[in-house]
Ligand binder design. Structure first.
Ligand code: ADP
Length: 475
């Protein structure tokens, strides 16, 4: 059921219930009024009859106002009928219960009803001091027929108003939901080809304008991701096509003439270099895809940070023996457990190797210094080199995929190492920052959380919180 139908139904139900309550109240009050009025008439009838009978001796039938099925019976104080006036000469429509007479007092006449016949019993003291009970009964045919008419009028006007309320509710809901329908139509018209388009917000400051604004913000984020994705794919294709073109050229040139064994060897070595570079790129892309996908695929476990760094160093030196990588402790932890972080070994090694390799690759001396230091609850690693440095204009972009500084274009690379490193550090809830001065060198700083808390740390944290509380309280 859509919102429009629900709103209409709710509206109709609400109005119908209120009107039904109103209708039933009117009917009930009118019925009460009719009964009281008829009771009064019967009482008057009873007293008039008894007084006429006492004063005049006879009751002149024609003079009295007529009540349908009218009957007046007078009992003496022993309950014996001393007078019975029955205009229609029909048998009494109902029997008066024996205790009915007993309940009648001077102050309180009694009322009884059986079907359409109603009766009123009153007490009268005659001039001789005798108590006479008069019971007048009759059928309030006109009152009842008015009641039936009223019931018909109320019911049909209730039904009619329901139809009107239904139509009005439907029109009202349609009108209220028109901006939503417009919004849906606008959203439906946006797809990958026109993702730059935005919803019209309008001048109103209502919830729908908020919704449109929120949706526009989402579209902006999606567009950014979309553009990034597109440029990523085109960059990746470009990076793969370049070595393939080089390889194809090299193969074609080699095949032009018959070559000596040495020449073939040189050519194959060149091809091998290109293939290795492509494998490095594809591996990097695969790792980036893994680090960017679902966090659940990462297998976190406790690992010692210093061991990871030693392993990264030895693996890199195996590949590039000319690199010089020094690892040192700035300060030593109080407890061995403070060396343990929670993370995935292979990913962290990739990140550390990237930074070590960059430090050596982008410096004339091929040296990098890794410093480990410990602060409360976290470990800090700095990778510093005395290399070429990164120009200030390039610094904000070096973590973007495939971004390479113009100054180091001659050095081989694909520009995805830092993107991958940043993603890995973020996956481990850490932070990475960079400082660089052209011609002087570059320092990458990584902070990673340590789950272990020594009692000194806990005390220090406790004291900090306590002093914060005191400051807040104004001590
Ligand atoms: P790659 O090294 O494969 O080009 P990276 O993503 O690791 O890709 O680095 C991106 C760019 O950042 C590099 O091309 C280089 O211009 C710059 N860069 C990274 N590390 C350093 C460094 N230690 N010294 C100078 N420039 C660096």
């Amino acid at each position: 059921m859509n919102i429009r139908t629900r709103l209409t139904l709710l509206f109709v139900l609400l109005v119908a219930s209120i009107m039904l309550l109103f209708t039933v109240t009117v009917y009930y009050l009118y019925e009460q009024f009719r009964q009281q009025e008829f009771e009064q008439r019967l009482e008057d009838k009873a007293f008039t009859t008894v007084r006429l009978r006492e004063d005049v001796g006879v009751v002149p039938q024609a003079d009295l106002p007529v009540i349908v099925d009218e009957q007046v019976t007078i009992y003496n104080n022993r309950g014996v009928v001393i007078y019975n006036q029955n205009r229609e000469k029909k048998p009494s429509p109902f029997r008066i219960p024996p205790d009915f007479l007993r309940k009648i007092t001077l102050r309180q006449p009694q009322y009884i009803r059986s079907g359409d016949i109603e009766a009123v019993g009153v007490l009268h003291l005659n001039s001789r001091g005798e108590s006479l009970f008069i019971i007048a009964s009759g059928n309030d045919r006109y009152g009842f027929s008015k009641l039936v008419r009223l019931r018909e009028i109320l019911f049909s006007s209730w039904l009619l108003s329901l139809i009107i309320v239904g139509i009005a509710g439907y029109l009202f809901a349609t009108d209220a939901l028109r901006p939503v329908a417009e919004l849906i139509a606008q959203v439906n018209s946006i797809s990958a080809t026109n993702i730059h388009e935005r919803l019209r917000v309008g001048r109103q400051r209502d919830e729908l304008a908020d919704l449109a604004r929120t949706f526009n913000a989402l579209l902006t984020r999606l567009e950014e991701a979309f553009v990034l994705q597109k440029s990523f794919v085109s960059h990746a294709s470009h990076e793969l096509r370049t070595p393939l073109t080089v390889m194809m050229g090299q193969i074609e040139v080699t095949r032009l003439l018959a070559r000596s064994n040495d020449e073939y060897e040189v050519s194959l070595d060149g091809l091998l270099d290109e293939v290795k570079s492509m494998i490095r790129l594809v591996n990097g892309l695969l790792e980036l895809a893994r680090a960017s996908s679902d966090v659940a695929t990462v297998h976190y476990q406790p690992v010692r940070i210093d061991e990871l760094l030693w392993q990264a160093q030895s693996q890199l030196i195996q590949k590039k023996p000319e690199y010089q990588i020094d690892i040192d402790f700035d300060n030593l932890p109080h407890h061995e457990e403070e060396l343990v972080i929670v993370g995935e070994e292979s990913l962290l090694q990739t990140a550390f190797q990237n930074l070590m390799e960059n430090g050596c690759k982008y410096s004339a001396d091929g040296r990098v210094l890794v410093l480990i230091s410990f602060e409360r609850g976290q470990v800090q690693l700095t990778f510093s080199d005395h290399g070429y440095g990164i120009p200030a204009t390039d610094l904000p972009h070096i973590f973007e995929p495939f971004y390479r500084s113009e100054t180091t274009m001659t050095i081989k690379g694909h520009g995805i190492g830092l993107t991958l490193t940043q993603r890995i550090i973020e996956l481990h809830k850490g932070q990475i920052t960079v400082e660089s001065v052209v011609g002087k060198g570059t320092t990458f700083r990584i902070t990673l959380p340590i789950p272990y808390r020594s009692s000194d740390d806990l005390n220090a944290e406790y004291n900090t919180k306590k002093s914060d509380l005191k400051t807040d309280a104004g001590f």
